[in-house]
Design a protein around this ligand. Structure first.
Ligand code: PEP
Ligand code: MN
Length: 346
């Protein structure tokens, strides 16, 4: 099968202490052999994606170049996020909480921040039940432009207050590239929602800010398209990316979306990035959250993200899928038992 342009490439991994001159030298030599050089300057190290004639690229003795650690051939359209490039699992630090390590991580909280009372009641409950990251949005992507759109900066302020009060780092969505600086200034983890997964300028922009990124799967996206979206973020220098399966649109109408549970092992095979599952937005119904969360952990997910609301009947967003604090506590008990049976802490 002929490879598509760019599928056949080589990643040049620079040593941690490589100098800008070392990087420039590699780029120059790649250009000499007619290859494109995509430089991704991460917090830990710089990596360079070389796209062009493989034989021409690989004939150069990369490991003898100053500052170069190794050269890795990659045969995927997405490169930096592929397992071919990095065999070890990536562990992303979210405000001190490791995501992608042995422990099953639970992110929980309300879909949207509605008030101080609502947020604090939810944060208190999820913290006590064992969640280690709080969720809650200040900017909501709504199907109708007339629905509640979120509290904006006020919502972020409340989330930051809850972080101090309950010791939980938090994740919040960013919808508009113009809000990235603001959300990044407050949040510990920036979420790209399903509707924005293919917004490439937004992806590139979150790739240029320092906070880790939680990238949800587009509800019409294939796994390959999703990993390419992650590549947009990585390429700009942000290497702290967490993926989140949240259901895809199929012909089935009993659920809001169809949770693609097979995406968990598929992604783990194809990519080194951590993968979470959102059992709330996939099923769209409260009674499905527990079984889907169990399925996620059984399938090998690094964690779950769950909507929890102290009074779902009053929720301004997604009340039908939010579970009550006591239901979340039960869910955590089950997840812990399941994780233990699988030899994992939770
Ligand atoms: C959410 O997590 O609140 C959300 C809106 O999810 P999604 O983008 O997956 O619909
Ligand atoms: Mn929601």
């Amino acid at each position: 099968m002929p490879t598509r342009r760019g599928d056949d490439s080589t990643i040049i991994v620079m040593q941690r202490d490589a100098s800008p001159d070392d990087v420039a030298h590699v780029v120059e030599r790649l250009r000499d052999v007619g290859a494109e050089a995509h430089v991704s300057e991460g917090q830990l190290r710089t990596v360079i994606g070389a796209v062009g004639d493989r034989a021409a690229i690989q004939q150069l003795p990369w490991e003898a170049f100053p500052g170069v650690e190794r050269a890795v051939p990659v045969l995927k359209p997405y490169k930096f996020v592929s397992r071919d490039f990095q065999t070890a699992d990536t562990i992303v630090d979210v405000g001190g909480v490791p995501v992608g390590a042995e422990t099953v991580v639970a992110i929980a909280g309300p879909c949207a921040v509605e008030s101080r009372d609502q947020l604090f009641a939810a944060a208190d409950a999820v913290q006590q039940a064992g969640a280690t990251i709080l969720r809650g949005d200040a900017f909501k992507p709504r199907t109708s432009p007339y629905s509640f759109q979120g509290l904006g900066e006020k919502g972020l302020e409340l989330l930051a207050e809850a972080r101090t009060e309950f010791g939980l780092p938090f994740v919040a969505e960013v919808l508009d590239p113009r809000d990235i600086e603001l959300v990044s200034a407050y949040a510990d983890l920036i979420r790209i929602g399903t509707r924005s997964m293919a917004n490439f300028p937004l992806l590139a922009e979150v790739g240029r800010q320092p906070k880790p990124v939680l990238l949800k799967r587009g509800f019409t996206a294939t796994v390959e398209e999703w990993l390419n979206a992650a590549e947009y973020v990585y390429k700009e220098g942000n290497h702290s990316i967490i993926l989140c399966e949240r259901g895809i649109r199929t012909f089935e109408t009993q659920t809001r979306n169809t949770l693609d549970i097979s995406a968990v092992p598929v992604v783990r095979h194809l990519s080194h990035l951590p993968i979470l599952v959102d059992p709330s937005h996939s099923g769209g119904r409260r009674e499905l959250v527990m079984p889907l969360a169990r399925a996620a952990v059984a399938a090998g997910a690094d964690g779950i993200m769950v909507d929890v609301h102290p009074a779902p009947e009053t929720a301004l967003v997604d009340g039908t899928q939010a579970i009550l604090p006591e239901e979340f506590a039960n869910l955590m008990d089950e997840i812990r038992a399941l994780a233990a049976a699988l030899g994992r802490p939770a």
